[in-house]
Ligand binder design. Structure first.
Ligand code: MG
Length: 290
């Protein structure tokens, strides 16, 4: 009997030990194995070794790609390059490129400006000087000087202008210490865009405009389908940075802006007679493809 009790006690004791061991195991959970997705090795992007251009698809650094034409630059800064159309170079011969905009017997009238010492000067009442030829998008170089004898103020001092496509005015004005409305000072797109800076030289000193112009295009119903843009350097300084005109630059009275008026794709370059003797020289143009 006693032996049976000992065996039972041993079995009970073993059960307790096993139970404790079981509880201990439950307190320490197996670490959860997280299956992580293996990152794919980064694939290098395929190299793009060509560019699509208006002349077709070309491999980078392809020596058979058409090279630009070679043109000779002007002999000095501001002189016409070899592919420019010279509109006025200070010779009487080049005056034949200009007219007052009227015709006699089907031939353009001569310009009614003064021709002196290699420049032409506006004459009050003489009307605009405009090119016989007509142009659309272009690069235009013009040199001008407002009168050295300062008379008047505001818009009345050294007023002239350079018109592109026979329509859009880049203002010429003596804006050296001469206050006026900013969208009408020198290098303004008149009534539309104030120049970035005033970089005018003193009255009587020669100055330059270098203008990159993309023309306005109208459809057959007179609706504008491409607005004109201007980039302008005055005396080598950027004054209009790819500005899009949102309408015309014509004078419509104080505080009135003009709408676009339908015009042909090409028009003359015009120099304004505004009653002040403003001089011009060294005018040349390079036509641009649209
Ligand atoms: Mg003007």
């Amino acid at each position: 009997m006693r032996r049976m009790l000992l065996v039972a006690a041993a079995i009970a004791l073993l059960g307790i030990v096993v139970g404790c061991a079981t509880q201990e195991t439950a307190k320490t959970p197996e670490p959860v194995k997280v299956e992580t997705a293996k990152a794919e090795p980064a694939q290098p992007k395929p190299l793009v070794q060509y560019v699509d251009t208006p002349t077709g698809r070309w491999m980078i650094h392809d020596e058979s790609r058409p090279a630009p034409p070679i043109i000779a630059p002007g002999a000095e800064c501001g002189a016409a390059p070899s592919d420019a159309v010279v509109l006025f170079d200070g010779t009487e011969e080049s005056l034949k490129n200009w007219t007052d905009g009227k015709f006699t017997d089907g031939k353009p009238n001569p310009v009614k400006w003064r021709f002196v010492d290699g420049h032409m000067e506006s004459v009050k009442g003489g009307g605009y000087a405009q090119t016989v030829a007509k142009f659309g998008s272009c690069q235009l170089h013009v040199e001008f000087a407002t009168p050295s004898r300062v008379i008047g103020n505001g818009q009345g001092r050294g007023n002239s202008g350079v018109f592109l496509q026979g329509e859009f005015e880049v203002q010429v004005l003596d804006s050296y210490e001469n206050k006026t409305y900013p969208d009408g000072q020198c290098a303004a797109l008149y009534g539309r865009s104030v120049p970035l800076v005033n970089t005018c030289r003193k009255p009587g000193e020669w100055q330059s405009y270098d203008i990159v112009f993309h023309s306005a295009i109208f459809d057959k119903d007179g609706k504008i389908v491409r607005k004109p843009t201007f980039t302008i350097f005055q005396n080598g300084v950027l004054v209009q940075d790819h500005v899009t005109l949102e309408g015309g630059t014509q004078w419509k009275g104080p505080h009135a802006i003009s709408d676009f008026q339908p015009i042909p794709d090409r028009g003359p370059i015009q120099l304004q007679d505004h009653g002040n003797p403003v001089r011009y020289r060294n005018v040349w143009i390079r036509e641009l493809k649209d």
